[in-house]
Design a protein around this ligand. Structure first.
Ligand SMILES: NC(=O)c1ccc[n+]([C@@H]2O[C@H](COP(=O)([O-])OP(=O)(O)OC[C@H]3O[C@@H](n4cnc5c(N)ncnc54)[C@H](O)[C@@H]3O)[C@@H](O)[C@H]2O)c1
Length: 343
């Protein structure tokens, strides 16, 4: 193996984006790809020209491969804790898909194992690598729109076709523990946490009209308090009849940003010295790249090779899941819930 990063990739559906991330990185090479479904594995091998001897159906082959130092995990959320913990204990650096895990117990366990392992761990909160959201963050940090007082984001994604298996059996996305707020809404929650900090309290409502085969609410709205001066809102719909969107609006004392991960433009309003906003926004053009796994891998590689910080380490991923759990609990109980960031 001639490259510094020798990669194993587990899960060959969305995980193919992680294969592309590793292939695009100069100092990385893929040693093994893994999927327990042989047909899926074979197709991925064919697509990326990865020969049979570099394919496996059992992730323990990746653990036992001494050359592999980095592993990407893109398998059902319910398995993240077990597989990531096994990999970390074997000393592998791990890039795990969002959400970190689905329960308080599991997120605590991953944080603990990650702390003990000494290996690097990153959760793939892909919105932090999405061009429109990076631009929004830059504008906020520059002070151009002043102090934030309201931030809202939504995760609207029709799951109708992805909550049932072809044979009619229950899909892992239909598991009540894999509530849409945690599995998908974690994108919007993580984005708002990145832009506005950690919410101290949440209050949520949910409804269930759209997905008859799941046992959780398929639409949820959560109001959040970030500070005494900044409020937030997250809307999650996993049965919506529209195209996928994460429409996001960021209100500051001097201006407003309207953006989306699926739009080639964003709108920016900046008030003049008299506090008057323009009638029309400035339109900023952007690349649409809502699954920027190439940048995500680059950032993780930079952390491993050059000691750069990891934007979404285990603790950061855990905080996002904790807010999602608080939203689900609030909608169920009809009470305010206070996220507990003590990990
Ligand atoms: N960042 C994003 O925008 C985004 C988008 C889609 C999915 N995801 C996340 O990626 C992960 C995978 O989602 P998906 O859509 O690819 O799911 P999927 O069900 O379509 O595919 C999962 C693959 O993993 C394989 N697999 C399951 N258990 C395995 C194991 N123990 N060892 C090896 N292979 C195993 C399955 O055979 C399947 O091919 C999930 O955590 C999901 O939440 C993230």
């Amino acid at each position: 193996m001639s490259k510094k990063l020798v990669v194993g990739n587990i899960g060959m559906m969305f995980g193919m984006a992680h294969v592309e991330g590793a292939l695009a990185y100069d100092d990385a090479e893929i040693a093994l790809i893994c999927d327990c479904n042989e047909e899926t594995l074979r197709k991925a091998g064919e697509k990326y020209n990865i020969p049979a001897e570099k394919q496996c159906t059992d992730y323990h082959d990746i653990i036992n491969n001494k050359d592999i130092n980095v592993v990407s995990v893109a398998i059902p959320d319910q398995q993240h804790k077990k597989v990531c913990s096994d990999l970390l204990r074997a000393g592998k650096h791990v890039l795990c898909e969002k959400p970190l895990a689905l329960t308080r117990e599991d997120i605590e366990e991953i944080v603990k194992v990650s702390d003990e392992s000494g290996a690097k761990f990153m959760v793939g909160q892909i919105c932090r690598f999405t061009p429109s959201f990076i631009k929004a963050k830059e504008i906020i940090d520059s002070g151009l729109i002043g102090e934030l007082y309201f931030v809202e984001s939504e995760y609207a994604h029709d799951y109708m076709k992805i909550v049932e298996n072809a044979d009619g059996s229950a899909h892992w996305r239909a598991d009540p523990k894999r509530h849409g707020v945690i599995g998908g809404g974690c994108h919007a929650v993580d984005l708002l946490r990145w832009l506005a900090g950690d919410p101290t309290e949440v209050f949520a409502y949910g409804t269930h009209l759209m997905l008859p085969t799941v046992d959780y609410d398929d639409a949820t709205i959560a109001l959040m308090k970030f500070s005494d001066r900044c409020m937030g809102k997250v809307f999650v719909s996993t049965g919506c009849k529209r195209d996928y969107t994460m429409r996001t609006v960021i209100y500051g004392t001097k201006g407003t940003i309207i953006c989306d991960n699926t739009s080639p433009t964003m709108q920016l309003f900046v008030a003049d010295e008299n506090g008057v906003a323009p009638e029309k926004p400035e339109i900023i053009e952007l690349e649409v790249n809502n699954h920027n796994a190439v940048k995500e891998f680059e950032v993780f590689a930079d952390a491993i090779l050059n000691g750069k910080p990891i934007p979404t380490d285990a603790r950061e991923g855990a905080k996002t899941v904790e807010v999602c759990l608080a939203i689900v609990e609030s909608a169920e109980k009809g009470e305010k819930v206070y996220p507990n960031y003590n990990f």
